[in-house]
Design a protein around this ligand. Structure first.
Ligand SMILES: CC(C)(COP(=O)(O)OP(=O)(O)OC[C@H]1O[C@@H](n2cnc3c(N)ncnc32)[C@H](O)[C@@H]1OP(=O)(O)O)[C@@H](O)C(=O)NCCC(=O)NCCS
Length: 123
């Protein structure tokens, strides 16, 4: 299905992630070292092409991931986001995720330490 991207935030919002091929991606995966005890927990990440941001696509993707995780019987979703990524933190909070932890100075970029915040949604 083709959908013309709305030109601004106030324009009509997309309703189906499949209508945005190449513009966005969302994924959920179990932690790579997860033994069966953690099989009901999944990590998520959401990426929207720079040109398509601010139009509701990220929210649509995250809501779709939450719906699918629920349908598949997961109990918890975890998002690990670099601390200065205000857009992603705000997006997750607005979808019900809560701050559960901060990993201090676990990353380094451009000679600067990066914190990673952990947000969680219980389904
Ligand atoms: C984070 C990201 C996915 C948001 O996607 P998006 O399509 O631009 O987001 P939406 O338009 O659906 O906005 C949803 C909510 O996110 C928040 N948000 C989005 N952009 C924001 C910004 N620049 N500043 C603050 N909050 C922002 C708002 O709460 C917004 O709700 P509102 O429309 O009611 O204000 C996108 O910016 C992105 O791909 N960033 C780079 C990749 C990344 O950092 N991924 C996160 C790893 S988990």
């Amino acid at each position: 299905m083709a959908l013309t991207p709305p030109s601004s935030r106030s324009a009509s919002r997309p309703t189906d992630p499949r209508a945005w091929p190449g513009a966005c991606s969302g994924s959920g995966r179990s932690p790579p070292t997860a033994p069966s005890a953690y099989a009901t927990t999944v990590e998520n990440s959401v990426y929207v092409d720079r040109d398509q941001r601010g139009r509701g696509v990220g929210r649509l993707l995250l809501e779709d991931l939450v719906r699918r995780a629920t349908e598949h019987g997961f109990h918890a979703i975890i998002a690990r986001i670099v601390g200065e990524n205000e857009a992603s933190i705000a997006l997750h909070r607005s979808c019900g995720f809560e701050l559960v932890g901060v990993e201090r100075e676990v990353g380094r970029k451009h000679r600067k330490w990066l914190d990673v915040v952990e947000l969680q949604l219980l389904l």
